[in-house]
Write a protein that binds this ligand. Sequence first.
Ligand SMILES: Cc1ncc(COP(=O)(O)O)c(C=O)c1O
Length: 383
Amino acid sequence: MATIYLDNNATTAVDPRAVEAMLPYFTEQYGNPSSLHGLGESAAQALAQARAQVARLLNAPARRIVFTSGATESNLTALRAALAGAKERRRIVTSAVEHAAVLEPTARLEREGFEVVRVGVDGDGRLRLDELERAVDERCALVSVMWANNETGVVHELAAVRAACQRSGAKLHIDAVQAVGRLPLDVASSGADYLALSGHKFHAPKGVGALYVRDDERFEALLAGGGQEHERRGGTENIPGIVGLGAAAKLARAWVDGPGPRELGELRDSFEDELSERLEGLEFHGRASARVPNTSNFRVEGVSGEALTQWLAAEGVCVSTGAACSASRHKPSHVLLALGLTPAQASGSVRVSLSRFTAPAELERAAELVVSGVERLRALAAP
Ligand SMILES: Cc1ncc(COP(=O)(O)O)c(C=O)c1O
């Protein structure tokens, strides 16, 4: 039975072209980029090339990119760096639908004495901009919001967030993990002071990511060490991973600039239309909002999301009940609760996330199996 992989918001397959680019850096070009000999020099060149490739994906100057171990580290670095220069500003404004990689460190900062305001979303997953605008004033040091949500795919209205930050002088951090490689992004017009991305969400390997840093002044490295990354992140650089990230960034840039996002969105929409035609009691989450083109989140009345996910897994279809990390904790999704779903409705939800490698035939088969899975589970539950 061939696997149909529809859990790309959890992680993606590494593009074989990225793997190929990485291979020489394990066994042939294994130098340390800080070394002065030829092997060091070629590692340094690879590092520079990858930095330029990631920068091009974001439309940023290359020197503004810092390589990290992924978005968890990038987010934490951004939060710490933004607050290092905050002085008497003690408020952080974030949203109720952030990933754990922002929720957890902001909760920690709250315990350390910062005031944290978590702005809600409406029933379609859109940020409540009125709440945000009220909270972002001269007491606010930092606003941290995601570009696109990992569960619903809803794209946040960042222009209003940017304007609020500019009015109040607060720094803006954007967790762009689920938008990078799915939408064309322009970091300059986003107004971000910091922007986080993670390689494994766009066909680069796991354990490598980047942080865009608009201004090094007062920037404080989270990992102090040997002065790598222009004093912004200590530790010998993960050259093979960074080369893979650069190669994936180059491929992603070409894809987002072409018809890819539109075509992927059409594929996702046709999957949703097919389910709508064939299933009673189906509700989509975030469908009325702007979304990244690869994500669909829905629930079917009377059917447990976990049971459907497991039924599909047994048929070779990989989907998820929500964020990979919270799905394994068996808790209803905080994102869906924030949309106003009851815990039972949130637990009934399923996330299907595509990638540029998803074939139309795979999605047709998946729709078929969702319909038969729902029928089967309803039959089992019938008195
Ligand atoms: C929106 C968002 N932010 C941050 C992360 C964390 O990325 P990583 O696990 O690569 O550090 C993820 C991963 O699921 C995510 O979806």
